[in-house]
Write a protein that binds this ligand. Sequence first.
Ligand SMILES: [Zn+2]
Length: 44
Amino acid sequence: MDDDRPPICPVCGVTMVPAELSASKDGGRDWVCLECEETGEACE
Ligand SMILES: [Zn+2]
């Protein structure tokens, strides 16, 4: 399984970043979308 590429946010379409790079750690997520984080929407 080729799993070294960051996922694309299904909501806004931008590349997601590792959760550790985000200011807010939301549960046990591996990846977060900074775009949606800024707008306050969840990427689910
Ligand atoms: Zn997003």
